[in-house]
Design a protein around this ligand. Structure first.
Ligand code: NAD
Length: 354
């Protein structure tokens, strides 16, 4: 198979690319415009493989996309390109509307035109897999049952509203034009190569540096955490074995309060990095509660019964095993995150000197 992966230089996309190159015989072409979240260092482990290609193209650029489809003739599209950080969507929603909604529309149209030109056999085998989030379902009151694939949409933030819009577009392109689509909605991911603006990598790197560990409100927000490699396996399973037109929820069965996530990281660092910054007895002393994010959803939780029942997927990692691996990865891969923190990961790709 030849798989076109948008957003392949991001956190989850790069995990999907590394996994496909390492564990299958498929070919991959990454389409990514390299925003601040795109990092070619995350693809370095596979970038010399002859089955890997990279195209710096914005998904809002129709001509660029048409050229990539014509040149590479993919069998499958996995669409992960997005603006993905809720806080940034609150500060500046425009980029989210542009990439997540307009970009998805332009990608759908480019894919549809390409698909219409394929032979009948290739047309029926073609798949457009849209990767989305559980945040489209909105806030889940404490005792309520987890989100299923039929939970009504009720997004709270500009980010989740833009992702909800893109989900609707993808479903409409299936209903109206027959494009063979699949949609997955996944819970919060964590793991290696995660950009350090998100809770888990931010906490690890701030703790290592002896900086405050910011926790929104009282830290009681609950997220269902999924190790990124488990998500990548689920995505490959869905795109190769999922039923066209269906939606699959993907979750980790690991509901944790944010404050407990931060405390777990602190305990692991006490164990794995006992040589602490000056003046600190336990990393937990660095926890600092900050004003809550506006519109902050209290709880997300995924009912993953459908993908388990129909495709046999289940996560390999528990939260305890996954978070231990993640903390250890950041401790052993300082070069990767130093280049993010000092900005050189982006300077080089723009042809600037370090
Ligand atoms: P990310 O922010 O780490 O990566 C996004 C990638 O998309 C980057 O490489 C960026 O350069 C690229 N990109 C952004 N705008 C683009 C554009 N206009 N054209 C081309 N490329 C563009 O995101 P992530 O965490 O890897 O998330 C990937 C997808 O999974 C997103 O669609 C997100 O909504 C979804 N998702 C994420 C999570 C999570 O916990 N991170 C959970 C569920 C779903």
């Amino acid at each position: 198979m030849k798989i076109l992966i948008t957003g392949g230089a991001g956190f989850i996309g790069s995990a999907v690319v590394r996994q496909i190159i390492r564990h299958t015989h498929d070919q991959v072409v990454v389409v990514d415009c390299l925003t601040y979240a795109g990092n070619l260092d995350s693809l370095a482990p596979v970038s010399n493989d002859s089955r890997y290609a990279f195209e710096r193209v914005n998904i809002c650029d129709r001509a660029g996309l048409d050229r990539v489809f014509a040149q590479y003739q993919p069998d499958v599209v996995m669409h992960l390109a997005a603006e993905s950080h809720v806080d940034r969507s609150i500060d500046g929603p425009a980029a989210f509307m542009q990439t997540n909604i307009i970009g998805t529309y332009i990608l759908l149209e480019s894919a549809r035109q390409y698909w219409l030109g394929l032979s009948a056999a290739r047309q029926s085998a073609f798949r457009f897999h849209h990767i989305s989030t559980d945040e489209v379902y909105g806030d889940l009151p404490g005792g309520d049952e987890p989100f299923t694939e039929t939970t009504p949409y009720a997004p709270s933030s500009p980010y989740s509203a833009s992702k909800a819009s893109s989900d609707h577009l993808v479903r409409a392109w299936h209903r109206t034009y027959g494009l063979p689509v699949l949609i997955t909605n996944c819970s919060n991911n964590y793991g290696p190569y995660h950009f350090p603006e998100k809770l888990i990598p931010l906490t690890i790197l701030n703790a290592i540096a002896g900086k405050p560990l910011p926790v929104y409100g009282d830290g009681a927000q609950i997220r269902d955490w999924l190790y990124v490699e488990d998500h990548a396996r689920a995505l490959y399973l869905v795109v190769t074995q999922g039923v066209v037109g269906e939606t699959y929820n993907i979750g980790g069965h690991n509901e944790r309060r944010n404050i407990d996530v931060v405390r777990t990281i602190c305990c692991l660092l006490d164990e794995l990095m006992p040589d602490k910054p000056a003046g600190i007895g336990h990393y937990e002393e660095l926890i600092a509660f900050v004003a809550d994010r506006p519109g902050h959803d209290l709880r997300y939780a995924i009912d993953g019964a459908k993908i388990r029942r129909e495709l046999g997927w289940r996560p390999h990692e528990t939260f305890e095993s996954g978070i231990r691996k993640t903390v250890a990865w950041y401790l052993h891969n300082q070069t990767w995150w130093q280049r993010v923190l000092d900005g050189s990961y982006s300077g080089e790709r723009l042809g600037l000197s370090r």
